[in-house]
Design a protein around this ligand. Structure first.
Ligand SMILES: [Zn+2]
Length: 233
């Protein structure tokens, strides 16, 4: 087999290896960059903080109501206990009882509102948790498919490396060196083929002599335009 043919084989293998590596990196970036679970987790944390704040507001109002009711109980028992005889003091007590009752009514309205807010916050938190579970399920499934693909590509790359070694052993080191240089400078493509009388890599029209050289089983030819190895098949 000619050096040209082996270089062409080497190029095919390296192109596949490059594609495999690129896809593995793409998969990793896709998995790493997936924001769906972190976003859902943030929503859970936010709605939990919201719920806790609403619960704290409610607890504060409830404490206030309890304290005012105790105060009312005391004032009423003093008022109706019969120990206070002075009219002015009795009048003051009556005013205090009336005032406490008004305050308690106001607080009870606030309490009802706060309870509704807690209920709403609880619903928001439940929904956020459900959403997180759903997103986790979807993401896990999708990632498993991607990881499966990545694993298959890694296995394919390992097989290609073995094939590559076998091909490399059959190519003159001088050509290998040039091949490596061309790969580096020509965006990974060191070997072009004949496609409708043109170079498959740069598109230049090739003369009859160029094409004949490219098809020669003995010599290694180059595209006169882009300098890549030219394999005519
Ligand atoms: Zn060319």
């Amino acid at each position: 087999m000619s050096h040209s043919f082996h270089l062409f084989q080497l190029q095919k293998i390296d192109t596949q290896l490059d594609q495999g590596t690129a896809r593995i990196l793409e998969i990793q970036a896709k998995i790493d960059g997936d924001q769906r679970v972190p976003e859902a987790e943030t929503k859970v944390a936010e709605s939990l903080a919201n719920l806790k704040a609403a619960q704290a507001r409610l607890a504060k109002i409830e404490q206030e109501v309890t304290s005012k009711r105790m105060k009312l109980e005391q004032s009423e028992s003093t008022l109706y206990g019969g120990k206070v005889k002075i009219p002015k003091e009795l009048q003051d007590l009556q005013h205090e009882v009336a005032s406490l009752k008004r305050i308690i009514t106001g607080l009870e309205d606030q309490q009802l509102e706060a309870m509704m807010q807690v209920e709403e916050a609880q619903m928001g938190y439940d929904a956020a948790q459900k959403h997180l579970l759903r997103v986790q399920g979807v993401t896990t499934g999708e990632n498993a498919v991607l990881m499966g693909e990545s694993g298959m590509l890694a296995a394919l790359k390992a097989r290609l490396q073995v094939e590559r070694e076998a091909v490399v052993n059959q190519v003159d080191p001088v050509y290998l060196e040039e091949y490596a240089r061309l790969r580096k400078n020509k965006r990974g493509v060191a070997v072009a083929t004949l496609t409708d009388d043109t170079c498959s890599a740069c598109g230049s029209l090739l003369t009859a002599a160029d094409r004949q050289n490219a098809r020669s089983p003995i010599q290694v030819s180059h595209c006169p335009s882009c300098g890549r190895f030219l394999y005519g098949g």
